[in-house]
Ligand binder design. Structure first.
Ligand code: ATP
Length: 252
């Protein structure tokens, strides 16, 4: 089942097309990795998918409706957007902040904090131990897990996550990628921006490679992560290593 579709979306910023006629289709049960070098346009594209930026051209459809025509609350019940780690959160307890994820369902305060979706989200992200801590005291990695928990608490069919594992230690990065797989198995569709290509190859069903605003490759990880493409897009060479745990290394 198609959950979301972007067709030829373009956006100009500072006189430059930062996203240029990008198209993608997100199906239920899939983890899609959005990859590409710094400045490729990944975050901008993700914000357009989330309905937070309006494309100059093209359109984003959410279950067959133009996302721009869906009200903010309805959209929030359908799409959870996890931004790249930005502002420090307020000094409210982690559980209360995660419970804000229930607002699009009209639930707030004690009712939201006690909702099973909040409990499940805290458990899934390994945040139960930290639930009473002020959110402002969390480390960068803990904050990333809390942001995912808040998104999960909303119980949306679509999750859009911008570099959610960038600040995570290896164990929590693996857990989060495994959790995306579990969520996909439950029927959700996930678009995740990643710079860790090994994890992208291992956990994503498909990869969308962006470069200079354009989607230059879309397909299975092994189709996208080819040596020549990595060379031309990332400017690195791929060294294959036999019998190694990670069978390739990137070199400059
Ligand atoms: N408001 C803006 N005005 C001018 N340029 C912008 C604006 N917003 C983004 N850009 C530019 O658009 C390009 C794409 O930015 P974007 O954040 O989407 O890239 P990205 O692929 O997510 O990069 P990264 O991996 O570094 O996070 C960048 O070159 C950025 O400088």
């Amino acid at each position: 089942m198609i959950l979301m579709q972007a067709q030829d979306i373009s956006l100009t910023r500072g006189g430059r097309k930062v996203v240029d006629a990008a198209s993608l289709t997100l199906e239920a049960g899939r983890v899609m990795g959005l990859i590409g070098p710094n400045g490729a346009g990944k975050s901008t594209a993700l914000r357009m998918l989330a309905g937070l930026l309006k494309p100059d051209y093209g359109h984003v459809r959410l279950q067959d409706r133009d996302i721009g025509r869906i009200g903010a609350e309805m959209r929030a019940r359908q799409v959870a957007f996890i931004p790249q780690d930005g502002q420090k959160p307020p000094p409210m307890p982690v559980r209360a902040l995660v419970a804000l994820g229930r607002l699009p369902h009209g639930q707030a305060g004690e009712r939201a904090a006690g909702h099973p979706a909040v409990e499940d989200a805290l458990a899934a992200t390994d945040m139960l131990e930290l639930q009473n801590r002020p959110a402002s005291h969390l480390s960068g990695g803990e904050r990333a897990r809390m942001n995912l928990a808040r998104a999960l608490a909303t119980s949306t069919p679509v999750i859009l996550a911008d570099e959610p594992i960038a600040a995570l230690d290896p164990a929590h990065a693996l857990s989060m990628m495994q959790l995306f797989r579990v969520l996909a198995a439950q029927g959700k569709g996930i678009v995740v921006v990643l710079h860790d290509l090994a994890l992208a190859a291992r956990f994503c069903d498909e990869l969308v490679l962006m470069h200079q605003g354009r989607v230059v490759r879309h397909g299975l990880p092994e189709q996208v992560l080819q040596d020549t493409i990595m060379g031309s897009v990332y400017g690195v060479t791929v060294k294959r290593i036999e019998n190694a745990v990670i069978p390739w290394a990137l070199c400059r």
